[in-house]
Design a protein around this ligand. Structure first.
Ligand code: HXC
Length: 524
């Protein structure tokens, strides 16, 4: 409680000891007991987190003496310098960032009007100066005592999240509670990273859930990091400890530019791909046998540079960053190891969001295709695979960054078109000599085309096999598509990296005119 100190500081000639004392008071947050309680839970304080994230000695805090003006519910006696959030700017591995870190020791990090104004000020500075904004969140949500004033604060933050979208990267780091409407600020940002043992996100907490629906559920099962990493797809990345979580922020920043007008930082330019991977032998003889597309990625990009985003959500599609001679690329790839690489509604959402991030921040897109089609069934149709799949088409079609696509094996049906085909505006479309591009797989197609002939045959099984062999001769190769110009080049797998590198040199200054409009109507 700091009210006394404020009154004490109203001396006619403030001395340097006043400033020192007030700074100390501000740094104490909710006081030693609250800090101890935070530590007992295994959580770091807002300032300890900043110390771990920001390069030593580079953090400049602002608004450390801000106070709220609320007088209801005895709030005039509960004032803490800084009002429960630390804001400022500093460097992360030499990169400029603006950040805010909520202080749970002050009224549970709850967001009142002054707290929100501080956040808005730092967001405005980040936007004006073209630097990433990082939010370290640990809060009980809207400060109940401040009523609609705190709700207004959330609204102001949401509005800025939207204004900043596509201009500067926004990274939300959930290290404590994030409840109620407060979850929508992270949801509006580019990346949500959750970590530690106390990271929760939910619109309504377990008590409210039980009183409304009768369902009993724990904090973890309702909105813990595993739920959001594996099931809901809210969290892009998760880590076990707070330290590891903050390391993920640093790693992510190393791949992305500071704003939409700058290039991403360049990594080590000397690295070759993993030499233990032979791309020429990676596709199994049996066309239905899966293989791990992550090996294909690692066989193309600089060794050790793959950074997967959403690694445990919708694993049938892979999204992540990699580097080619040190330059960042975004990778979207079907994963034949999971659901045969078929596209479902989650995979559509996951990839559309990632494509849009890459396009917003000028990161070239590499698409690797081995897709048997869209996932069939009532579960998919009822969940709206039609509108979710449309997001991928929209995202690929509107993206004006360099787009290179390689078909490694299957590219069937609508999924062939969706996966960055020439028809959606990809710049360079390559096909490995193992590629098969068709409306559907051989067996399914022959059973439809020749059903009557097969039924009438003396040996239907043999007849089916004969038709399948004929279909494969026609479609199980990339040459018929190369004849049509829908792939630009048929290549041996081991040629992939050099052709991508050569192509990117020529695509990097690509200009594409888009029709004038306010904005497209993205099929959400
Ligand atoms: C004011 C709050 C608060 C809040 C916590 N505190 N949440 N004060 N407004 N929203 C205070 C507590 O009173 C307590 O004060 C201190 O913070 C620590 O809280 P504890 O409950 O003791 O901590 P813990 O046991 O760790 O539980 C943390 C918690 C819980 C899970 C976050 O506090 C909680 O459930 N809070 C409410 C969460 C919630 O429903 N928020 C949604 C609000 S509505 P003392 O003085 O005792 O230390 C909302 C809508 C936003 O956010 C809409 C935007 C459009």
């Amino acid at each position: 409680m700091i009210l006394e100190k404020i009154e004490g500081s109203q001396s006619p000639s403030p001395s340097s000891s006043d400033l020192i004392g007030l700074r100390r008071k501000s740094k104490e947050g909710g006081g030693p007991l609250k800090i101890e309680s935070q530590h007992r839970k295994g959580k770091m304080t807002a300032r300890e987190r900043i110390d771990l994230l920001i390069d030593p000695g580079t953090f400049t805090e602002i608004d450390e003496f801000i106070l709220h003006r609320s007088t209801k519910f005895g709030m005039e006696h509960q004032k803490y310098y800084g009002d429960g959030v630390v804001t400022g700017f500093g460097f992360i591995n030499g990169r400029k960032v603006f950040l805010y870190s909520q202080d749970f020791t002050v009224m549970g990090g709850s967001l009142g009007n002054a707290h929100a104004k501080k956040i808005c000020k730092i967001m405005d500075l980040a936007i004006k100066n073209g630097c990433p904004i990082i939010a370290l969140l640990d809060s009980g949500g809207a400060r109940i005592q401040e009523g609609v004033d705190s709700l207004a604060g959330f609204g102001e933050i949401f509005h800025r999240n939207v204004q900043a979208s596509g201009v500067i990267p926004q990274i939300s780091v959930i290290l404590g509670s994030c409840a109620g409407g407060a979850v929508y600020s992270p949801a509006l940002t580019d990346f949500v990273i959750m970590g530690g043992d106390h990271a929760y996100m939910f619109v309504t907490g377990p008590q409210v859930v039980e009183s409304v629906t009768g369902e009993q559920v724990s904090f973890n099962d309702l909105g813990g990091k595993d739920i959001h990493a594996n099931i809901s797809g809210v969290a892009h990345l998760v880590a076990n400890s707070e330290e590891q979580t903050l390391d993920l922020v640093k790693k992510l920043l190393s791949y992305i530019p500071s704003n939409n007008l700058m290039d991403a930082p360049r990594g080590n330019t000397e690295l070759e791909p993993d030499q233990t991977i032979n791309l020429d032998t990676i596709i199994p003889e049996n066309e239905n046998e899966p293989y791990d597309m992550k090996f294909v990625i690692k066989g193309i990009i600089d060794k050790g540079s793959f950074f997967e985003i959403f690694p445990s959500f919708a694993k049938n599609i892979i999204t992540g960053f990699g580097r080619l001679q040190g330059n960042t690329i975004g990778i979207i790839a079907n994963q034949p190891m999971v659901l045969g690489g078929a596209i479902d509604f989650h995979a559509s959402d996951k990839s559309a969001r990632f494509i849009r991030f890459c396009d917003s921040f000028n990161i070239p897109i590499l698409t690797l295709v081995d897709v048997p089609g869209f996932m069939p069934g009532t579960k998919q149709e009822y969940a709206g695979i039609i509108r979710h799949g449309a997001k991928m088409i929209f995202a690929y079609s509107e993206a004006t960054v360099p787009k290179i696509t390689i078909i490694t094996r299957k590219a069937y049906g609508g999924a062939y078109i969706v996966m960055a085909s020439k028809h959606l505006g990809a710049d360079i479309n390559l096909a490995w000599n193992s590629a098969q591009i068709a409306v559907m797989g051989a067996e399914g197609a022959c059973k439809i085309l020749y059903r009557k002939k097969i039924q009438k045959s003396d040996d239907p099984e043999k007849e089916l096999e004969r038709y399948i062999a004929q279909y494969k001769r026609e479609f199980s190769n990339p040459f018929q598509v190369a004849e049509l110009g829908y792939v630009d080049k048929v290549i041996f797998p081991s040629e992939s990296r050099s052709i991508i590198l050569n192509s990117l040199q020529f695509l990097i200054n690509k200009r594409e005119n888009v029709p004038k409009r306010k904005h497209g109507n993205f099929p959400v």
